[in-house]
Design a protein around this ligand. Structure first.
Ligand code: PHE
Length: 349
């Protein structure tokens, strides 16, 4: 609006432009502040009308009515704008599908582990667990590691105590749970043992310093190596498919004699050789063997009467083989962009 030439009126004009920015409450307050009958700024100015000489009164009256009309119009326009804003705000389409909420899911290695455990359950194995913090005796001594044997170098880990007294460490394998199971009551035993283990290993494509293992133990009268081979071959075929080829290679563990490693035909190239199996056509699945008589004796079991076998495998490695994952850090590194692609059914919130 153009200036009126009257300073009292022109002083009000900047407030006219500001009306378009007011919210509902601000608008009502401004209406009272300008047009209010008792205290309104414009009303007060117009009251001065009576004191003016007749000539002046007419011109001033016309100008102040123009200003008043402009304010009324601006208030009405803002009021209308605020009313039409409401449907915009309410225009959320309630028929739109909701946004999915990620409540977490089971880790791919957990899924593989559960599948493995289910296969052993079918064969009559129970699940046992043990502590992740172990004494040296459970982790090494009872398992027939001679003191200071070089095999312990492969099992370097975090020691939690130092100095005299029994050393306490993060377990380097799930095999100590074999001992705990055998101490829990007389044979027979058929158990599988899932759990985390810790090693001073490099963090590279094929090693992780903390990883999952699945241990197995079967002890009874008359159990021989043929039972080991039959059970583990059955497992490999149930897990990887009915025509999966397996082979046993001699190996060494202090707590089994004889010891072996079980390979499965490479699940990526089916034996013809590829980078994943380092061109051998085979992938190492697990370590196993007949439980050493010294281990049975250490647990107070009559090694003349009872025999049995044990195995240990890494479900992380197995998940790599199953899905053709080139780097184990993808599984244990916690990168959700990767893990979500393999995550299975949703977990509970
Ligand atoms: N504990 C062994 C390891 O972690 C695996 C194993 C378990 C081998 C049981 C034989 C029998 O390397």
């Amino acid at each position: 609006m153009n200036p009126t030439g009257y300073p009292e009126l022109d002083a009000l004009l900047p407030r006219l432009d500001a009306i378009a920015t007011l919210d509902r409450d601000g608008l009502e307050a401004e209406r009272i502040a300008v047009l209010g009958r008792k205290q309104g700024a414009l009303t007060a100015t117009m009251k001065a009308l009576a004191t003016l000489p007749p000539e002046e009164r007419k011109r001033f009256g016309a100008e102040s009515n123009r200003v008043k009309a402009a304010f009324e119009e601006a208030f009405a326009a803002r009021e209308a704008a605020l009313v039409t804003d409401v449907p915009t705000y309410r225009s959320t389409d309630l028929t739109m599908p909701g946004r999915g909420r990620w409540i977490g899911a089971l880790h791919p290695v957990t899924l593989v582990l559960e599948e493995m455990v289910a296969i052993f359950r079918e064969l009559g194995f129970a699940v046992a667990v043990g502590p992740e913090v172990e004494t040296e005796w459970y982790n090494f001594g009872a398992l027939n590691f001679p003191a200071d044997h070089p095999a312990m170098d492969m099992h370097d880990t975090l020691y939690l105590t130092q100095g005299p007294g029994e050393k306490v460490l993060m377990r380097t394998h799930t095999s100590p749970v074999q001992i705990r199971v055998m101490q829990s009551g007389p044979p027979p035993y058929r158990v599988v043992v899932p759990g985390m283990v810790y090693r001073n290993d490099a963090w590279d494509a094929s090693h992780a310093p903390a990883f999952l293992q699945l241990e197995g133990l079967a002890i009874d009268e008359g159990i021989g190596f043929i039972d080991l081979k039959a059970t583990l071959s059955h497992f490999a075929r149930r897990f990887f498919g009915p025509r999966t080829k397996v082979r046993l290679r001699p190996s060494y563990f202090p707590f089994t004699e004889p010891s072996a490693e079980l390979d499965v035909e490479c699940r990526i190239c089916y034996g013809s050789g590829c980078p994943a199996c380092k061109q051998t056509g085979w992938m190492e699945l697990l370590g196993c063997g007949m439980v050493h008589p010294n281990v049975l004796t250490n647990c107070g079991i009559d090694a003349e009467r009872y025999t049995g076998w044990a195995f240990g495998m890494g479900p992380g490695r197995t998940a790599q083989q199953r899905y053709g994952i080139p780097d184990i850090r993808l599984l244990y590194g916690g990168d959700m962009r990767f893990l979500r692609q393999l995550a299975g059914r949703e977990g509970r919130p």
